[in-house]
Design a protein around this ligand. Structure first.
Ligand SMILES: Nc1ncnc2c1ncn2[C@@H]1O[C@H](COP(=O)(O)OP(=O)(O)OP(=O)(O)O)[C@@H](O)[C@H]1O
Ligand SMILES: [Mg+2]
Length: 350
């Protein structure tokens, strides 16, 4: 039986589409893989992907509130708390079968819900991670940082492979570090703007460290601790140019930014291909790199607004008009088809 695959969606920049992409790829992946179980782990206190998966809009907020206000929260906070205190946690206690709350989703997709209280337990996680080891074998830093890694190794049903999608917060807080370590593959969404391209450098520095370690702070960083504790890190799998196919007239400008982002990534690849998922094809130049490591996602326009508001995967969007907060929103068939095939193309590569 194959090992589980786990995808962590992260960029150190906010608002690049991490949660939106998590929602779309996880829901379509589950539909296209009825033979597998799919579990979304929402490691962001904003819980945006949880809301979309739970059906979107106001009603998903109250369902989410029910989960997180249980005495033992049925959320990522519940899971992290039990795993921190007891060494491991029972995944079944903390997941939600999504087709029970959102009938647009298939039977094989589950959620470990996001929870605003992640911010509140962050100091506890940090304190536990930095605790003095009790013996030569004890390694609290690795134990805490491996909680989600251990989770994504689990199967829900005997004999069925599990695929995990982990949504994250842009900050590099301890729960984001735990989320990143939890993935075997890293998907990096970027937008066509300079700040999200600069964030690529930040991403490498934060996860793998800088070539010149700071003389004082250097040894306290996640990167240097991960190295000294031999903690395995995810491999970069795809750079996702989100909303790159936006307006026809802007295509040229977007291409320039996309090239700049690729240059940065390719430079890193040349210096250290080990940080990337090995490619089946030979990579000899930047255009080979682009073909193998980048995917452009189009702007979903009104289809995206409807999908997020109703927790509706693009594959299930079959009407011309939808109502969002009392307003009628039109989604042309051509647009629906384009958005659907964009996501399916990406999912086919996972
Ligand atoms: N491909 C897309 N087409 C249209 N709108 C999009 C697309 N991707 C993201 N958006 C919109 O951009 C905004 C930010 O997206 P999202 O919340 O997914 O980003 P994020 O990276 O998860 O943000 P945060 O860093 O706050 O967690 C949302 O309003 C979302 O609907
Ligand atoms: Mg988000």
């Amino acid at each position: 039986m194959k090992e589980n695959k786990s995808y962590v969606i992260w960029n150190n920049k906010g608002g690049v589409g991490k949660s939106t992409i998590t929602f779309h790829i996880a829901s379509v992946y589950a539909e296209l893989h009825p033979e597998k179980d799919v579990i979304v782990v929402d490691m962001c206190p904003q819980a945006n992907s949880s809301s979309m998966l739970m059906g979107g809009g106001k009603q998903s907020e109250s369902k989410l509130q029910d989960l997180i206000s249980k005495e033992e929260p049925q959320s990522i906070v519940g899971y992290l708390t039990e795993a921190t205190l007891a060494g491991d946690a029972d995944l079944n206690k903390y997941i939600t079968k999504l087709s029970d709350v959102n009938t647009n989703l298939s039977e094989n997709i589950y959620l470990v819900a996001g929870d605003g209280n992640l911010e509140l337990i962050a100091p506890l996680l940090s304190e536990r991670a930095d605790a003095t080891p009790l013996s030569a074998k004890d390694d609290p830093w690795v134990k805490i940082h491996s909680i989600v890694k251990n989770l994504t190794g689990k199967k829900l049903n005997e004999g069925r492979e599990c695929t995990y999608f982990i949504d994250t917060n842009p900050s590099f807080s301890i729960y984001t570090q735990i989320a990143i370590v939890g993935g075997s593959s890293l998907l990096v969404p970027i937008n066509a703007d300079d700040s999200s391209i600069f964030a690529i450098t930040g991403l490498f520095n934060l996860i793998w460290g800088t070539s010149n370690e700071h003389p004082v702070y250097g040894k306290y960083t996640f990167a240097s601790k991960a190295k000294s504790h031999n903690l395995p890190l995810p491999k970069i799998t795809y750079l996702l140019g989100n909303r790159f196919t936006q307006k026809k007239g802007a295509a040229h400008a977007f291409k320039a930014l996309s090239n700049e982002a690729l240059n940065k990534m390719y430079e890193e690849y040349q210096n250290n291909p080990d940080k990337f998922e090995p490619s089946e094809n030979e990579i000899n130049n930047i255009s080979d790199f682009e073909q193998n490591y980048s995917i452009e996602l189009r702007d979903f326009n009104s289809a995206g607004v409807v999908a997020a508001n109703q927790g509706l995967p693009l594959s299930k969007m079959d009407q011309h008009t939808y109502e969002v907060y009392g307003e009628k929103i039109q989604v042309a068939k051509e647009q629906r088809e384009l958005c659907k095939s964009t996501i399916e193309n990406l999912v086919a590569k996972l």
